[in-house]
Design a protein around this ligand. Structure first.
Ligand SMILES: [Mg+2]
Length: 174
């Protein structure tokens, strides 16, 4: 088994850090809808400020692990090869390095060899891709089976889904 596990929204809690920063900048501001892209959840006039927040130096570095993710990633290594498969934000010049720093801090130095940076995840070979993004872009037929990491913004995506609470049932009972 080759497990490809997305980083943001699966291992690193992008939304929790954004919610915190939005609350500091705009106290009491509530989302008006749910969308994968956080700036789309708020009235248009806030978009620029919200986008700027995840372009700040240190943003990707300071994300907290999603509960259970670190334990789950380590446990999965007993069942196959585990890779972090992440698509960097190319407009943030700190993003790639901070993703590596995050992996080193939370998973350990040896995991840095297991980071796959890919804009097109369909080209990455694997048995399964766990990802929170509703649509994995690209036109190639992927080798992996998709598992949706359950998040409020991907509820209408069909197929198998998991969280770190039930990953064993979903990933290991094939
Ligand atoms: Mg993601």
């Amino acid at each position: 088994m080759i497990f490809l596990i997305d980083q943001d929204g699966v291992e690193a809690d992008f939304d929790a850090e954004m919610d915190k920063r939005i609350e500091v900048a705009f106290p009491g501001l509530e989302p008006i809808c749910m969308d994968f892209y956080i700036e789309n959840r708020y009235p248009e006039e806030y978009a620029e400020a919200i986008i700027a927040m995840y372009h700040e130096k240190g943003f990707y570095r300071c994300l907290q692990p999603i509960p259970g993710a670190i334990e789950g990633m380590n446990a999965l290594t007993k069942h196959g090869d585990v890779y972090i498969c992440t698509s960097p934000l190319l407009t943030n010049p700190h993003c790639v390095q901070e993703k590596y720093d995050w992996v080193e801090e939370h998973l350990g130095k040896e995991w840095k060899r297991r980071v796959i940076i890919a804009k097109n995840k369909r080209l990455v070979h694997g048995s399964v891709l766990v990802d929170d993004k509703p649509i994995i872009g690209g036109k190639e037929e992927p080798s992996w089976d998709r598992v949706v990491y359950d998040q409020p913004y991907n509820q209408d995506v069909p197929g198998r889904r998991m969280t770190w609470k039930n990953y064993e049932d979903v990933l290991l009972s094939r």
